[in-house]
Every structure is written in C-alpha cells, then in structure tokens.
Design a protein around this ligand. Structure first.
Ligand SMILES: C[S@@+](CC[C@H](N)C(=O)[O-])C[C@H]1O[C@@H](n2cnc3c(N)ncnc32)[C@H](O)[C@@H]1O
Length: 276
C-alpha cells in the first residue's frame, strides 16, 4: 500500500521531536536562546516590521516549535497561544516560558485541528519560517487559520520563498535549477539528513522527512478560498537561514546572496484579513 499523509506526518514528527531537543540546547546560537532568556526579542527584522502592534491581542502562533518566537511576541504584549504537533517542542516551549517568566499557552496537535484544539476568536494568526513546507493540504491549513480568527482578524505569514526550494548549489556553489515549483500532495519530496539546519553536530536518528513545495499562487489561493482578503504580498532578498553555501549573513542576522549574484526572491510574506 502506498504511504499516506499520516505516514509522512509520523516520520516528520519523529524527526521534529529529536530536533526540538537539539535546538533548545542551542550549541551554535542559531536559536538565540541566551538572548531570549536575557530579555531579548528574536523576531527577524522582516516580521518585526510587518506584523504590526500585537500588544493586548489574542494571538495564535501555528507551528510554534520550541516557542522562541511565541515568547518574543508575548514579550511585545500579545496574549499568545502556540500550537505544534511535537510534544518535545511543546514541553521545551513551556519550560522556556517559565524560565523567561512570560505568560503563554502551548498546545500539542496538528495545525489542521487548530479550531478544535485552540478554540476561536483570535485577533491574529502568526506563522513563520518553516511552515507550509510540512503540510500536504493548504486548503485545510487556510481553513483552520480562518476558523480560529474572529471576523476581521488578521493572519501574518513569512517563510522561505518557494523559488528557493527549486535550486541546489553544485560543488562550485553555482545554483542549479533542480526541483519543480510545486509538489504533488500525494508524493512529497523525501529527504534524509543526519544533522539539523542549526549547524550543531548532534546526530539525528530519525533522519527521514517529507516536504511539499507550494507555489505562491497555491498559498494565496488557499487563503482566498478560506475566506481571507489579501492585504499585502512581499518578496524579500533576505531570510533567516542559509539555503545555499555562499550566502552572506548581515548584522541583522539575515542571510543574503553575495553581491553580483543574480537576484532571487528569498522570502515571501503575506498579510491577510478574515472577511466577515
Ligand atoms: C521550522 S519549525 C517552525 C519554527 C518556528 N517558525 C519558530 O517559531 O521557531 C517547524 C515546526 O512545524 C511543526 N510541524 C510540522 N508539521 C506540523 C503539523 N502538521 N502540525 C503542527 N505542527 C507541525 C514542527 O514540529 C516544527 O516545530
């Protein structure tokens, strides 16, 4: 029998549980745990400049991982509820909240079940950096986000631009067009990586993951189909991780293509409002 989304999600979950333990140790500083614990804010300049004032708002953070951004939003005064399907990530998020002395609620479960797990009436949905690539069904994702928002509530999305996933660097660092611009939901891309993207040396045992590339139109149409109106769509020449070896990190912690390289959109951000 061919594997189903349930099988793909089970493999991803095993991998994310392991990564959560590695990321919270923060051997390389990628996750900024020390900054968070000493009172800092870990939002990148992209979402910090686009998410707007969240003080006093009921905010749902979907795919919150170990809660570093959730707690940064709580520090800005939002009443935050984080959701993630990894029990290890949720346990670490709760511990970090305690260590930071910040009030935030963390709930374990899949994004698709957000309405049943989190309830409704949120003012904001926040979801960034490593989100829809883990999901096979963007219609279900967008409907879940719409259902938990109050009418007029806003979604903020920022993530790696789908075009980035189409290229691989060859041995000389030159980018080669390698992958389709969207993935069939039934046949995700399969990866086997023995370490995580945070650069630490810790070995993963559950190495296999499954991911989906969703096109810009696929993401926007899922939101429109779920009853959102699109407020803005932006493409950025920077992002908070290093998809290709030759990228240069700036003082703002974001990575960019080197000077003189053909320009590519590296990040995509979207603001949307639930109608009615
Ligand atoms: C790259 S991390 C997101 C990081 C996040 N931007 C943050 O604030 O640190 C991706 C997260 O998605 C979660 N995830 C993957 N598939 C999921 C699903 N179907 N439902 C809920 N969470 C999921 C993983 O457990 C992981 O914590």
């Amino acid at each position: 029998m061919s594997p189903t989304a349930t099988d793909y999600f089970a493999a991803n979950l095993a991998n994310w549980n392991e990564r959560a333990h590695i990321h919270v140790r923060d051997e390389t500083g990628f996750y900024g745990i020390d900054t968070l614990l000493s009172g800092g804010n870990l939002l990148t300049p992209i979402e910090a400049s686009e998410v707007g004032n969240v003080a006093g708002l009921r905010l749902a953070h979907l795919q919150c991982h170990i809660g570093t951004d959730s707690l940064s939003l709580a520090r800005l005064g939002a009443d935050v509820t984080g959701l993630d399907f990894s029990p290890a990530a949720i346990a670490h998020a709760r511990q970090l909240a305690q260590r930071c002395g910040l009030p935030a609620r963390f709930v374990e479960g899949t994004v698709y079940a957000a309405p049943q797990l989190l309830g409704t009436g949120f003012d904001r949905v926040f979801t960034t950096w490593g989100t829809v690539c883990w999901l096979d069904d963007l219609g279900a994702w967008a409907r879940a986000a719409a259902a938990i928002l109050a009418p007029g509530g806003k979604l903020y999305f920022a993530d790696t631009h789908p075009q980035v996933f189409q290229f691989e660097a060859d041995a000389t660092g030159r980018l080669q067009l390698q992958w389709d611009f969207r993935t069939d939901p039934a046949t995700p891309l399969a990866w086997d990586e023995s370490t995580s993207y945070d650069g630490s040396r810790a070995r993963l045992h559950s190495t296999r993951t499954y991911e989906w590339v969703h096109s810009v139109a696929g993401i926007l149409n899922a939101l429109i189909g779920a009853g959102f109106t699109i407020d803005f769509v932006r493409e950025h020449e920077a992002l908070p991780w290093r998809p290709y070896p030759d990228m240069v990190q700036g003082a703002d912690r974001l990575f960019r293509l080197p000077a003189g390289h053909v320009r590519l959109p590296l990040a995509l951000s979207i603001g949307a409002t639930r109608i009615g």
